[in-house]
Ligand binder design. Structure first.
Ligand code: PEP
Ligand code: MN
Length: 357
């Protein structure tokens, strides 16, 4: 249910309505738009019709939300959400196309800094790298944990990129909050409801990947878990689903991009690395994702993919990544998107500037 406020409603009237909603045992979520201010009411809403909210001062109208994803859907918020980061100009979901790049796993300081320097120079503003890895085999590399997070924090400081890294469980999420800028919830955890709820109480934006066999509605309901706890900064990610196709690791479902954008105001990015599993398919599907209207990309890059501890076959060489960004610059104006022309600014770029003068 959505309580739409009159344009002249006062903050005291808004506060009184929120208090009434909470006193009735429901949750009130403010939904600020350019056209209107509304309060979304969530909870088991049976019987709320009789509570007389429409009689309260400042209320313009009460709208029933028909979809099960109350906060994620466009019914409660028609305008696109633009996800912003503390102390940064980087956005996801706005005019600028977001590029998140880096290795699948943080393997060592040298490997991570090597890749970071190259993707930053090529135009990535956000850096990915798993310090905690969800692996199919318990004997495969599981990630460096907190040591890996410290390396990622160094990447932020040296190269000025924001850090995106995966939380495989609540313990990892709480460690990540101390080091990173965005929490990734992986495909295998898309329906880990306790992890989603905890991410919903985090101050950091969340990158939510589609489950291996999840429908769009299931993805949106997973996002609803996060938003229902108060976190509005959620970015959806199409990363391919399991199909009968045997020419690729997964089938990157690009048609989900316009479908998600129709139903939800949340940004959606594409992961052509996991979506194809093969290096030579990554750039074509990255370009196709941009053309299909994605708000950004997350791409795996490794300086020595043959020796990568995870996902080497789908990792681009740094030069291939730079070439891909160059091609994106050709496509993005067609879909009315921009790409930063300035590389991210960190200590390393300040040092190289100083060296040049
Ligand atoms: C990853 O990003 O490295 C990863 C494990 O992704 P997914 O959850 O999509 O498999
Ligand atoms: Mn990976």
């Amino acid at each position: 249910m959505l309580v739409v406020m009159q344009s002249r409603a006062t903050t005291d009237e808004i506060r009184a309505i929120c208090e009434k909603i909470e006193a009735l045992g429901f949750r009130a979520h403010s939904v600020e738009g350019t056209e209107r201010y509304a309060i979304a009411v969530t909870g088991d809403l049976q019987g709320i019709e009789t509570c007389g909210l429409e009689e309260l001062p400042g209320v313009a109208e009460i709208i029933r939300i028909s979809k099960p994803y109350k906060l994620v859907g466009r019914e409660s918020k028609p305008e696109n959400t633009v996800v912003r980061f503390a102390n940064s100009e980087v956005t996801i979901g706005g005019e600028e196309f977001a590029i998140i790049a880096g290795p699948c796993s943080v393997e060592s300081r040298a490997q991570t800094l090597n890749v970071a320097e190259k993707v930053a120079a090529a135009g990535a503003r956000l850096f990915r790298g798993g310090a905690y890895k969800p692996r199919t085999s318990p004997y495969a590399f599981q990630g460096m944990g907190v040591e890996g997070l410290k390396i990622l924090a160094e990447v932020r400081e040296r190269f000025g990129m924001l850090i995106v890294t995966e939380a495989v469980d609540i313990e990892a999420l709480e460690a990540i909050e101390d080091y990173a800028d965005m929490i990734q919830i992986g495909a295998r955890n898309m329906q880990n409801f306790s992890l989603l709820k905890r991410a919903g109480r985090s101050p950091l934006p969340v990158l939510l990947k589609r489950g291996l066999s999840a429908t769009l509605e299931e993805l949106l309901m997973a996002a609803e878990y996060i938003m229902s706890e108060g976190n509005r900064n959620v970015v959806l990610c199409e990363r391919g689903v399991r199909t009968f196709a045997d020419h690729s690791r997964n089938t990157l479902d690009l048609s989900v991009i316009p479908a998600a954008q129709k139903l939800s105001h949340l940004p959606i990015i594409s992961d052509p690395s996991h979506g194809t599993g093969k290096r030579d398919r990554v750039t074509p599907m990255a370009l196709a994702s941009a053309a299909a209207g994605a708000d950004g990309l997350i791409v795996e890059v490794h300086h020595d993919p043959d020796h990568a501890l995870s996902d080497g076959p789908q990792s681009l060489f740094p030069e291939q990544f730079a070439a891909m960004v160059g091609q994106l610059r050709g496509i993005l104006p067609v879909v009315h998107r921009t790409l930063n022309s300035e590389p991210a600014k960190g200590r390393a770029s300040a040092e190289s500037q100083a060296g040049r003068s």
